[in-house]
Design a protein around this ligand. Structure first.
Ligand code: SAM
Length: 289
């Protein structure tokens, strides 16, 4: 039996943008540990040098998590203390770390959280949406089919839903949310704690229109209110509406797109792109407004 005192694994939250958001305790722990395991050592080196921390740094990321995890667990078993940090926010929350924590727990290694920023909670706290119950979904799948299936699975969710998203997928994701969850109240929290921090509020169709007008950059959290909170909203299905106007009312694609834009408040180009996608047409601009 190994009677050696085990080291502690600290799960240390770091800022999601503004360096002032690190806690005193996080700085102290990062100074005191024997080793810091970081998702991206070059990125974290900047943070650590800002706080005058020069402790040994090693990498721990998704692709080396099995091998490096074993090394880190070995050091912890020998009595060394390790702090795990990620590129931003709280490790293990849409970031690597879960497996390391799980294995450490199984080995009886003490695991201590050093709480601090997390984009999901920061976004929720200032969203203006109900905060008493919510669900965190992290990133939706990249592939549209899987993304839609995921949204279908949570269609009946009665809590606020929090998603992480990248700027280049924002419009596609909002469109899928609109079609599957409906035109619910939602908030886009962008660049939280940074210079261009922005909270955009509205129903999903308004947000689609808003973000169509400009190039979206930076980091994004999407928050969607429960369906039952909908006051001004209606279920929107672009395929059904196209079917109704083109099949039933025999409108041309151009006129059907116009009608849907007027009735739903969704921008014409958005409806048109979706109509092209649905009909499998790849030619652009032939029946445009
Ligand atoms: N572990 C982190 C946390 O606790 O928030 C999240 C890491 S996850 C890989 C990165 C995603 O978090 C980004 O794509 C974005 O969706 C969200 N995020 C991180 N920082 C953000 C910020 N300053 N503003 C808005 N969203 C942010």
């Amino acid at each position: 039996m190994n009677n050696q005192k085990k080291g502690t694994l600290y799960i240390v939250a770091t800022p999601i943008g503004n360096l002032e958001d690190i806690t005193y305790r996080a700085v102290r722990i990062l100074r005191e540990v024997d080793l810091i395991a970081a998702e991206d050592t070059r990125h974290s080196r900047k943070l650590l040098s800002h706080f005058g921390i020069s402790n040994p740094l090693t990498s721990y990321f998704d692709h080396n998590k099995h091998l490096k995890g074993t090394v880190l667990l070995g050091k912890l078993m020998q009595g060394l203390s390790v702090a795990l940090i990620s590129d931003a926010g709280t490790p293990c929350i849409s970031d690597p770390g879960y497996l390391l924590v799980r294995n450490a727990v199984e080995l009886g290694i003490p695991v201590v959280p050093i709480p601090g920023p997390s984009a999901a909670l920061a976004a929720l706290s200032a969203s203006g949406l109900q905060t008493d119950s919510f669900v965190f979904e992290g990133f939706l799948p990249n592939r549209q089919g899987k993304r839609r299936n995921k949204l279908l699975a949570i269609k009946e969710e009665e809590r606020v839903i929090i998603f992480y998203e990248s700027p280049n997928r924002l419009q596609a994701t909002l469109l899928d949310i609109l079609q599957i969850l409906g035109d619910r109240e939602a908030v886009i929290a962008r660049e939280i704690t940074k210079i261009y921090e922005e909270f955009t509020r509205g129903v999903v169709s308004q947000l689609i229109t808003e973000y169509e007008k400009r190039q979206v950059k930076g980091e994004i959290v999407i928050l969607v209110a429960p369906g039952e909170n909908r006051t001004t909203t209606k279920e929107v299905s672009i395929p059904d509406l196209l079917d109704k106007f083109m099949g039933g009312d025999k409108l041309s694609l151009k006129d059907a797109v116009k009608r849907i834009a007027v009735e739903t408040g969704i921008a014409r180009t958005t409806v048109y792109i979706e109509a092209l996608r649905l009909s499998g047409l790849n030619r652009a601009g032939s029946d445009d407004e």
